[in-house]
Design a protein around this ligand. Sequence first.
Ligand SMILES: O=C(O)c1cccc(C(=O)CC[C@H]2O[C@@H](n3cnc4c(=O)[nH]cnc43)[C@H](O)[C@@H]2O)c1
Length: 250
Amino acid sequence: MELQAGEGRVIAAAGLGRVLVATAVPVERDAVAKAFGGFSPGSDDESLGATAHGWTDVIAVGVGPALAAASTASALTAAALRGTPYDLVVSAGIGGGFQPEAPVGALVVADEIVAADLGAETPDGFVSVTELGFGTVRHQPPEDLLRRVADAAGARTGAVLTVSTVTGTAARATALRERHPTALAEAMEGFGVAEAAGAHGVPVLEIRAVSNPVGPRDRAAWRIGDALAALTEGFGKLVPVLESWNRHDQ
Ligand SMILES: O=C(O)c1cccc(C(=O)CC[C@H]2O[C@@H](n3cnc4c(=O)[nH]cnc43)[C@H](O)[C@@H]2O)c1
């Protein structure tokens, strides 16, 4: 069914969920929006660059966990104040893939969203803020939904790490994998988006298309165009899953 801008409220009223997709940068936002048939006029929130697709808004929230958290929280609050709250938040974009499990061009759906460098270095190694007694370093997407999304999109599932510094050495890639053996990808926004969603009591997913291997810095190895194409193709396949998702499925 082709939806026009503005129909989101009607659909939400009928019980289907409203979805906020948060990418870091506009080129990722546009790649996701393409899967929904491109932009529709009548954005719900022009100041945040939101683009209405009936039941889904796709916005660029900025690079890094702090800006992503602040922008996502603003969008969630604005929607709630309008009386059209979101039922699901999806952090999406390109990311680094741990080799060989997540090759360039692969799609990864997070079964855990982990803040991998939020903690303290000690003589005995890294200690997370949770181990230090402060807050959480992980968010758990709804199991049933993430499996349905991954199956539909042909994606791998595993932990997606959020880092503030892009990994640039083999030693750091190895250290991350030792601490997080199920990690398939790293990126810079997922945990921030998840913290905002958690503060609003809204479930979260993270979907990453692999643009580069996690490891020694090699700009020539980036395949951003391929990753953006994979993002569009993946979202195209999972639109029906999101369309039928309902917060009562949680
Ligand atoms: O300068 C570098 O070596 C470098 C390598 C990979 C990515 C970057 C970025 O500045 C992109 C940050 C942007 O893209 C996401 N992203 C893509 N690949 C990775 C990665 O390997 N590790 C972390 N983040 C990545 C990220 O979510 C940001 O939105 C620079």
